[in-house]
Design a protein around this ligand. Structure first.
Ligand SMILES: Cc1cc2nc3c(=O)[nH]c(=O)nc-3n(C[C@H](O)[C@H](O)[C@H](O)COP(=O)(O)OP(=O)(O)OC[C@H]3O[C@@H](n4cnc5c(N)ncnc54)[C@H](O)[C@@H]3O)c2cc1C
Length: 414
């Protein structure tokens, strides 16, 4: 079952370079919290596994600098089978204080330290294509090297799915970007920025922009902004609180408990499961944001109806017919999972995956309708509930995936 490496002289298309064909039991695409955690679990069980991709890239290069994690510390652990590589262990060996809320940079450093525990089961190269081949998959890396794997686990997160409402289509990237597009915000100092949305990424970006001296207006469709954790007293009722909230703290009282049991959520009929998911992740900001936003102009209950360039500025018209002139629009408009936007999956595979709208339909072990192809993280949230959108879901995901593979291996040897 362990990694077999077979070198064969070959060529890649007209590049005529020699490539190495390696065989793995499992290839994991994406070295974020889900891919790294699943990698360590499978490695510890003896599977020949390799995780591909730059570790923690989405967190390290796509989230705004200075960001704080909204999830509580206890829900910000990546998962390893022996719980040896927790956030707390990292902080201890790095001699860092235990901070709450957790700064983005600490979390990224923690994830990179965790990634090191994979040793040679981590390869920083990106995957450029995945094709079905014989009884497995041919996985091609960004440099043209190809390898074969019996199973592929896609753990590439939500970075590809950012939602850009069509009203902003006339604005190019220099005038309109998404909160997930980049880390640096320093160039927005002294510029006028309209931030669209009322979720954590919109509201936190607005606070960070204000703090570096940008002139910010938040424009949100919701008539009233919501804040997570404002009913703080509900968290301080001892055993009653434990009945209402899980330590993951995803979703409101009661729903939080249900969400913490993804296996159970998986058996709830889809329409109700969807309702629970939407309720648990409705747009809201962390409780430390209202203070930081008290001097920021917030226009709620309004939508942007038109956006265009006029006299060198971005001109926005709202549904109350008022207009805004700004230098830049920052979209905190969330994401829509749509597997079709995973460009590394061959069209043949994409056609065969049974989907629920853009999400893959998944069964036990996160298995899709294409044998040997599995999806973790946000793409699995429609099937297993909203915990899978968050780092807190890595423990369940890694255990479920590895025990499924072990069962399959015992049954059929693959
Ligand atoms: C602004 C913001 C704030 C958030 N705050 C929190 C929070 O406080 N707590 C929380 O739990 N969650 C938070 N989230 C959600 C967060 O996205 C997920 O919890 C987490 O990233 C899920 O991990 P993942 O491994 O599924 O995805 P990711 O972290 O996105 O990792 C996927 C990785 O796959 C890689 N990849 C993509 N394509 C390829 C390829 N072709 N080949 C190789 N690698 C590839 C990417 O480089 C990326 O690093 C936040 C999200 C945003 C946008």
């Amino acid at each position: 079952m362990n990694v077999e490496v077979a070198e064969r002289a070959s060529y890649v298309g007209n590049l005529k370079q020699s490539i190495k064909l390696m065989d793995f039991d499992v290839v994991i695409v994406g070295a974020g919290p889900y891919g790294l955690s699943a990698g360590l679990h499978l490695k510890s069980k003896g599977f020949g596994v390799c995780v591909f991709g730059p570790p923690m890239e989405f967190w390290g290069s796509r989230m705004p600098e200075g960001m704080l994690l909204r999830s509580p510390r206890v829900a910000s652990n990546l998962s390893d089978p022996d719980r040896k590589f927790t956030l707390e262990h990292y902080e201890k060996q790095a001699e860092l204080p235990a901070q709450a809320p957790l700064p983005l940079d600490t979390f990224v450093d923690y994830g990179c330290w965790f990634a090191k525990q994979l040793g040679d089961s981590l390869d920083r190269r990106r995957v450029s294509s995945i094709q079905s081949e014989d009884s497995g998959y041919r996985v091609t890396l960004e440099d043209g090297q190809a390898l074969r794997a019996r199973k592929v686990v896609v753990a590439t997160g939500i970075g590809a799915f950012s939602r850009r409402p069509s009203v902003f289509r006339e604005l190019d990237g220099s005038r309109c970007s998404h909160c997930y597009d980049g880390r640096s915000i320093a160039h927005f100092a002294r510029r006028r920025v309209a931030v669209i949305g009322s979720g954590q990424s919109a509201l936190e970006s607005a606070a960070l922009l204000h703090e570096i001296g940008a002139e910010v207006e938040v424009i949100a469709r919701n008539p009233v902004l919501r804040w997570v954790g404002i009913h703080g007293w509900l968290h301080h009722l001892g055993p009653i609180s434990s009945m209402l909230y899980s330590s993951h703290d995803v979703g409101p009282a009661g729903i939080s408990r249900l969400v913490a049991a993804p296996k159970l959520v998986h058996h709830i009929p889809l329409p109700l499961r969807d309702k629970i998911r939407m309720r648990a992740v409705r747009p809201a900001g962390a409780k430390w944001l209202p203070d930081r936003l008290k001097d920021v102009l917030i226009t709620s209950g309004r939508s942007v109806m038109m956006a265009r360039i006029q006299a060198g500025e971005v001109s926005l018209r709202l549904d109350d017919s008022t207009e805004r002139q700004v230098d830049h629009v920052l979209l905190g408009t969330g994401y829509d999972v749509d597997l079709g936007r995973y460009t590394f999956l061959s069209s043949d595979i994409l056609q065969k995956i049974r989907r629920l709208d853009g999400y893959p339909a998944l069964a036990r072990g996160f298995s899709s309708s294409v044998p040997g192809l599995h999806f973790l993280g946000g793409a699995a949230a429609r099937a297993f509930g909203p915990l899978l959108y968050f780092v807190a879901g890595t423990e369940f995901a890694s255990n479920e995936l590895s025990s499924y593979f072990i069962r399959q291996y015992k049954r059929s040897g693959i």
